[in-house]
Design a binder for this molecule. Structure first.
Ligand SMILES: *Cc1c(COP(=O)(O)O)cnc(C)c1O
Length: 459
């Protein structure tokens, strides 16, 4: 009689012991360590039954891999060396230190979120950040919700349910991540009335479609694509004289076209990106935009404009479902105070976007030098990203590692990602664009590059 081969399997307890005592083991909760150990023993049992020999060390390795995968799946910081400033998959705009401190101060205890300290009565969460955003872009009032998609949905539901919303055929866009204007419209219960053609829509087209059933004229900024050639669109000012409120989904949240918060004036890479203030000045009744694109704040959707309309929007039941939380409101409030101060240095997005080339060159030189001749400094092109400013680039500087083959470059990029660095691949080179890397992360980048170049990681 032969012994049951399953007897050779380590116990789950034994695998846990091996995992916990392994050098560099991660301090994950025991429950997750037990899951990994159980899974690994299960896999080994199946292999043993199929006739394979499996050592205890192998089982421990499988368990360690599972645990590493769990750790890899945890939300954690990465270094963005892609040169894409508003990188949606990497969390869009980084939040500034003072905004984070404000969120920590408010979130770590109780606050006047919906409370008035003068009379002890209930207040409104829109009185803080919402009011400041309105002040910063010249609106009468403002509210803050979860994101811009929610802002658009809420505005449509509150002001146009069961009524007509007139939109140019050239603006029935998909923004990415499933935000399609016709679908959002259907979800809100508003009726979409398409006017004009894909490339040309005039004021007269909107005028013909405007009836007693028209709730609003909606303009959507074509954030992520550009139409050139034989094109025409009606301006906000032209539409504002037709009667129904003009609502503008401005997308990126560039507060003011003239960027008064930047000492050097409006940068060329902003192209013709419209400012929220200018949309309102031109006659928009409401403007919606994201908090974490060019505004450089936390994820949020912001609606600013006419007070009567904002009040109606704020009273709608959906407003409760999509409201912003205290952490967001605290961080956004601090971001708005920075704008009102004219101090863009507190906003990481603008700090990075406007970092002078000289400084980037200096950093790149130091990083390349630390790689002892295996990396070079090169001029690169960064982009705003986040579906804004297609085709426009920001001059930048990168550290470039040339490799022999495509497979080497893929492997190097993967190794860098394992070390927390997301770089760009260009041909057979790995490019680390420094415009999106915080100077404080330079040493992390150096360490990762040296490790990868030494071939310690990878394979
Ligand atoms: C980005 C964008 C949205 C979606 O905004 P989120 O904040 O991601 O929900 C909607 N409309 C336009 C024009 C955009 O650019």
């Amino acid at each position: 009689m032969t012994a049951d081969p399953r007897r050779s399997l380590p116990s789950v307890e034994r695998v846990i012991e091996l995992l916990v005592n392994a050098p560099g083991s991660t301090p994950l909760p025991r429950m997750l360590v037990v899951d990994a150990a159980r899974d690994a023993v299960e896999v080994a049992r199946a292999r043993v039954l199929a006739g394979d020999a499996v050592s205890h060390d192998e089982v421990a390795r499988v368990a360690a891999d599972r645990l590493a995968a769990v750790e890899d799946g945890l939300l954690r910081p990465l270094v963005n060396a892609t040169g894409v400033l508003v990188h949606t998959n990497l969390g869009r705009a980084p939040i500034g230190a003072s905004a984070l401190a404000a969120a920590a101060a408010v979130g770590g205890g109780y606050s006047n979120l919906e409370y008035r300290t003068d009379d002890g009565r209930r207040g409104s969460r829109h009185d803080h950040a919402g009011a400041l955003v309105a002040r910063a872009c010249g609106g009468e009032a403002g509210i803050v919700v979860n994101n811009n998609a929610a802002a658009v949905l809420l505005v449509l539901a509150a002001l146009a349910r069961g009524r007509d919303v007139v939109v140019s055929r050239g603006e029935l866009v998909e923004i990415g991540g499933g935000f399609r204007v016709p679908e959002v419209m259907a979800e809100s219960g508003a009726r979409l009335v398409e006017v004009g053609t894909t490339n040309r829509t005039r004021r007269a087209d909107y005028e013909r479609a405007t009836t007693d059933a028209t709730a609003m004229l909606l303009k959507i900024h074509a954030s992520n694509y550009r139409m050139i050639g034989f094109v025409e669109a009606a301006s906000i000012a032209e539409l504002a004289t037709l009667g129904p409120p003009v609502v503008v989904d401005a997308g990126s949240g560039l507060l003011d076209e003239t960027t008064p918060w930047l000492p050097g004036g409006r940068p060329a890479w902003l192209g013709d990106e419209p400012g929220v203030r200018q949309c309102l000045d031109a006659g928009a009744a409401l403007v919606t935009f994201s908090g974490d694109k060019l505004l450089g704040g936390p994820q949020a959707g912001i609606v600013v404009g006419r007070r009567d309309l904002i009040d109606t929007v704020a009273r709608h039941p959906l407003a409760r479902a999509v409201r912003a939380d205290k952490l967001t409101l605290a961080a956004l409030q601090d971001t708005m105070l920075a704008y009102l101060d004219g101090d863009a240095t507190r906003i990481p997005l603008w700090r990075m976007a406007c970092a002078p080339i000289d400084g980037l060159l200096l950093r790149a030189g130091r990083i390349a030098a630390a790689c002892s001749g295996r990396a070079k400094v090169a001029e690169t092109e960064a982009v705003a990203g986040g579906g804004s400013l297609p085709g426009l680039t920001i001059p930048s500087v990168g550290v470039v590692v040339d490799l022999d083959s495509g497979s080497d470059v893929e492997r190097a990029a993967r190794s860098l990602r394992r070390l927390g660095i997301v770089a760009r691949i260009e041909g057979s080179a790995v490019v680390c664009d420094l415009r999106t890397v915080a100077p404080a992360d330079d040493s992390t980048l150096i360490q990762a590059l040296v490790t990868v170049l030494d071939g310690v990681v990878g394979r």
